[in-house]
Design a protein around this ligand. Structure first.
Ligand SMILES: [Fe+2]
Length: 200
């Protein structure tokens, strides 16, 4: 796995706490920065999972749920245009826009081995756990004639044990991420299937 170490430990300005953007603004940034529709869908799926997790599992209020959703929507925003500088470019853009540091830290820590930034908050830990698994589950759905319809946790588990399937998805990262939040793999797979199946 190639690394894109950020070599930083603080992100954003604490005085920007509470400064967010609207979902419409985030979508328009995505449309501008990410021409690849499949990659945009990945970010929308991660965002849907993050928002749902915040509301259902963390009893988040509207503002907090928006933070989780924005981090999901924007976490790979620079990947297509700046693959060698992912995720430094989107982080700097969000700092320039004076966005809440929690959102920026969450994006900076979504791949600790790649970016060298450890997840700290629950939001950080959840994006790390959801990101790879969401992409993997989508790949598992795409090869089925009925897509998400009838997709079962056990078939996702079976594919995870097949190294050649979606080989770019690092299984060790999924295990590492889950160990940080004390969550069963089966439960997170079920949560993701239910919350991303209708995202378009
Ligand atoms: Fe991602």
């Amino acid at each position: 796995m190639s690394t894109h170490l950020l070599n930083r430990s603080t992100f954003g300005d604490p005085s920007n706490s509470g400064n967010l953007m609207t979902i419409e603004e985030a979508i328009s940034l995505l449309n501008e920065w990410v021409p690849n529709e499949k990659l945009r869908l990945h970010m929308k799926q991660v965002a849907a999972n993050m928002k749902a997790w915040a509301i259902e599992k963390e009893s988040a209020n509207e503002q907090t749920a928006l933070k989780w959703e924005l981090a999901g929507l924007l976490h790979d925003a620079d990947w297509e245009k700046y693959p060698d500088d992912h995720c430094r470019i989107i982080i700097e853009e969000l700092e320039r826009r004076n966005i809440d540091p929690d959102v920026i830290h969450c994006i900076a820590s979504h791949g600790p081995k790649v970016f060298g930034v450890e997840p700290v908050s629950k939001m950080d830990k959840m994006i790390y756990a959801i990101d790879e698994l969401s992409g993997f589950i989508h790949a598992a759905a795409l090869i089925r004639p009925t897509l998400y319809e009838g997709l079962e946790v056990k078939s996702v588990l079976k594919r995870l044990k097949t190294p050649s399937f979606a080989a770019q998805v690092n299984r060790d990262d999924i295990t590492d991420a889950l160990s940080r939040i004390n969550l069963q793999l089966e439960d997170l797979i079920q949560f993701i299937i239910s919350h991303q199946k209708d995202v378009s």
